[in-house]
Design a protein around this ligand. Structure first.
Ligand code: DAH
Length: 338
């Protein structure tokens, strides 16, 4: 009888010792101590023993039961601790491991030059104004002294939305919009996107311009020259030579185009300046009295100058870029260079 119990005990202890996971330990508990477990069955069997045998058998069996219980719970602690270790190891953070690198964006060269231009003019007391990119024929042309049949409309390949609504072809309409709601003195620049139906290595359907104008009772052409000279020297360096060429714009009279000495060949002659040694960078002039009349400014009292420049062109010259389309291809290898 005792031998049988001894074997049961040895077997149970061996099973417990061999258990490698909590799940199998649970199975062992059921097998020995469960309702139909081996130990439980034996306890039930006590009833069938003789009166003399019962106490001793019961005592030994209870000892064995207690031993199995405590062995299981000790093994359970060990296995739980091992599990926890395993989990900690798998979830460990290696702080010496280099992090993931994400590429960091950069300011687009156009935005960069745009803020440089803005900076120069705001430091001279100019304020920054904006106007709509979807513009009416009136502001884009009519109010700028470009009536419907005017040949100057051909110079600008306009995207029309309807007969009267279009994508602005230049930032000059902002002049009119500002003058309609403000009285002189005015010192304003208007940067923004403009649109023309044109595309090659020096033209894109969308590009950026900065318009500038100054209006007061005594503004002269010499003020225009002074301001533009300051601007050009700030942008391209104080050594840069400047040339004013007579030109025509319907909204200015007199009008001029402004060239700078070629920043690539310094006058020696190259492909970019077409061997002239000069690069055109600006259109400008004295605001046409007709424009003042449109906004109900008295041309006998007020005079002003205006100018307009292409931001892509200035950026291309400053960085020696020969294809305007590079700005809009978003090739990171190109953009990273600025
Ligand atoms: N709006 C002209 C263009 O897009 C540029 C321009 C020329 C603006 C002369 C001006 C100006 O304000 O005075 O071609």
């Amino acid at each position: 009888m005792h031998e049988e119990l001894l074997r049961l005990k040895e077997e149970a202890l061996k099973d417990i010792a061999e258990a490698e996971e909590l799940k199998s330990l649970q199975d062992i508990r059921v097998r020995y101590l469960g309702k139909k477990g081996l130990v439980t069955e034996k306890l039930k069997g006590i009833a069938g023993l003789s009166k003399q045998e019962r106490p001793e058998f019961g005592r030994v069996l209870n000892e064995i039961k207690a031993l199995i219980e405590s062995s299981i719970s000790r093994k359970e602690d060990i296995l739980k601790a091992a599990d926890k270790q395993r989990m900690l190891r798998s979830e460990a953070v290696d702080i010496s491991l280099p992090g993931y690198f994400t590429t960091i964006g950069r300011e687009h060269p156009i935005s960069k030059i745009l803020s440089e231009i803005t900076q120069v003019f705001t430091s001279l007391g100019f304020t920054v104004e904006e106007g709509p990119e979807v513009e009416s024929d009136y502001y884009n042309f009519e109010a700028l002294n470009i009536p419907k049949d005017h040949p100057a409309r051909d110079m600008q390949d306009t995207f029309y939305i309807s007969d009267d609504i279009l994508l602005r072809t230049h930032t000059s309409p902002v002049q009119v919009r500002v003058m309609e709601r403000q009285r002189p003195p005015l010192r304003v620049i208007a940067p923004g996107k403009v649109y023309r139906c044109d595309s090659d290595i020096t033209h894109t359907p969308m590009f950026h311009q900065v318009e500038g104008f100054m209006v007061d009772t005594d503004i002269r052409f010499s003020d225009l020259k002074g301001i533009l000279e300051l601007f050009i020297h700030a942008m391209f360096g104080p050594e840069t030579s400047i040339r004013f060429r007579p030109s025509f714009f319907p909204f200015t009279e007199p009008s001029a185009e402004i060239d700078i000495g070629c920043v690539l060949c310094f006058g020696a002659g190259c492909k970019v300046c077409k061997d002239t040694g000069w690069l055109e960078i600006l259109g400008a002039g004295m605001i046409n009295p007709r424009v003042f009349e449109m906004v109900h400014y008295d041309p006998e009292i007020y005079t002003g100058f205006a100018f307009g420049m292409g931001v892509e062109r200035i950026t291309m010259l400053k960085y020696g870029i020969d294809d305007i389309r590079l700005f809009f291809e978003n090739d990171i290898r190109f953009l990273e260079q600025f």
